[in-house]
Design a protein around this ligand. Structure first.
Ligand code: BT5
Length: 298
C-alpha cells in the first residue's frame, strides 16, 4: 500500500498533481452548507440559507424565491454557476471550487430608486472593504465592478422588482474570483480578470470572505441614504481624477472622472470645461491609457 502510493508519487510532476488534487478536495470540503450555516446569520443576513453545489444562476434562484415570498436576508450561495449573469445578459463564469457566487434578497423599507443604485455600489463597496481587510487594494470600477491591480476580481448585479413606486424586493448578486482557477481566459472577457489569491500569498477561505462581505453589507444597509456611504463610494472609485474613455451603445467620449453624484451618476469634466453627468445606461469606463493606468487603479 505504502509502496504503491510511493510509486505513484515517484515522478515530481505526479507529486505536484497529487498535492493539487488534495488541496482542491480540501478546499471544496471546507466550502459546504454546514460550515457556512454555522457562521450565519450576520447583521440579520444569511438566514434562511439556500446552498447549491451547482445552480444556473444564484440571482435567478433568488428571484424565484423572492416571488414565492422569501424574507429579507435570505441568502442563495452556489459553488458553481452554469449560467451566471452579468448586466444586460452578459455571462459571468463561476467554475466549481474556486469562486464566490451569492445572491441576497433584500426588502428594505422606504427604498427609493436612488437607494437601489446605491445598493449596487454597496455590494461592490463591501467587496472592496473585505479585500482591503485581507491586505488588497481594491477599487470600484463604476458602476459594478471591483478591480485590483491585476484586473476585475468581482462583479455585482442588483435587480429590483417594483410594484408601482414601491420596491417589492431587491436581489443583490455578487461574484468574486477567489482562486486562480476562477479567472477566465483573457480572450473571453472585455477587461483583464484577476483573482483574490493572485494578489496574496496562500489560500483564502471562501466562507470567511463571504461572511465578511455580508457583515459589511449589513452594517451599511440602513445607511443607504446617508452622506457617509456616498463618500465611501467616492473614496474607492477607480480612475478618479484621471482621463477616462466612456462608451455606451450610441456614444463615446473622453473626459476627466471627477467623482459621483449622490445618486451614483458619474461627474465627467470635458476638455471644454463643461461638467456632465452620466449614468443609468450600459456604459463602459476605462482609463484613456489602459495599459499604463490599469496597474495603478487610482
Ligand atoms: C458583472 O456584469 O460584472 C456582474 C456579475 C455578477 C455575477 C453574480 S454571481 C452571483 C449572481 N448570480 C448571477 O447570475 N450573477 C450574479 P458586467 O459588468 O455586465 O460584466 C460581465 C462581463 O464580465 C462579461 O461580459 C465578461 O467580459 C466578464 N466576466 C465574466 N465572467 C468573469 C469573471 N469570472 N471574472 C472577471 N470577468 C468576468
Amino acid at each position: 500500500m505504502i509502496g504503491g502510493s510511493f510509486t505513484f508519487c515517484d515522478r515530481a510532476e505526479d507529486t505536484v498533481r497529487w498535492h493539487k488534487l488534495c488541496m482542491d478536495r480540501y478546499n471544496s470540503n471546507m466550502f459546504n452548507e454546514k460550515r457556512l450555516k454555522s457562521s450565519l446569520p450576520v447583521e440579520a443576513l444569511g438566514e434562511p440559507l439556500y446552498f447549491y453545489k451547482t445552480v444556473a444562476s444564484t440571482n435567478d434562484r433568488a428571484q424565484a424565491l423572492a416571488q414565492e415570498g422569501a424574507v429579507h436576508g435570505t441568502l442563495v450561495v452556489a459553488d458553481e454557476q452554469t449560467a451566471g449573469r452579468g448586466r444586460f445578459r452578459r455571462s459571468w463564469s463561476t467554475p466549481p471550487r474556486s469562486a464566490l457566487a451569492l445572491s441576497l434578497i433584500l426588502r428594505p423599507e422606504d427604498i427609493t430608486q436612488v437607494a437601489l443604485a446605491r445598493m449596487n455600489m454597496l455590494g461592490a463597496l463591501a467587496v472592496v472593504e473585505s479585500l482591503g481587510a485581507l491586505g488588497l487594494e481594491a477599487r470600484i470600477k463604476w458602476p459594478n465592478d471591483v478591480i485590483i491591480s491585476g484586473g476585475k476580481v468581482a462583479g455585482v448585479l442588483t435587480e429590483g422588482s417594483w410594484m408601482g413606486e414601491d420596491l417589492e424586493y431587491a436581489v443583490l448578486g455578487i461574484g468574486v474570483n477567489v482562486s486562480p482557477k476562477s479567472v477566465p481566459d483573457r480572450r473571453d472577457v472585455a477587461y483583464p480578470a484577476a483573482c483574490v489569491e493572485g494578489g496574496l500569498e496562500g489560500k483564502v477561505s471562501r466562507i470567511r470572505l463571504l461572511v465578511d462581505i455580508l457583515e459589511r453589507i449589513g452594517s451599511w444597509l440602513n445607511m443607504l441614504d446617508s452622506k457617509q456611504i456616498y463618500s465611501a463610494f467616492e473614496g474607492v472609485l477607480a480612475f478618479r481624477g484621471q482621463p477616462v474613455k466612456i462608451s455606451g451603445s450610441d456614444m463615446e467620449l473622453t473626459g476627466v472622472l471627477q467623482g459621483l453624484t449622490p445618486n451614483c451618476r458619474l461627474r465627467i469634466a470635458l476638455a471644454a470645461g463643461e461638467v456632465i453627468l452620466l449614468g443609468g445606461e450600459d456604459m463602459q469606463i476605462r482609463p484613456v491609457d489602459m495599459d499604463r493606468d490599469w496597474a495603478t487603479l487610482n
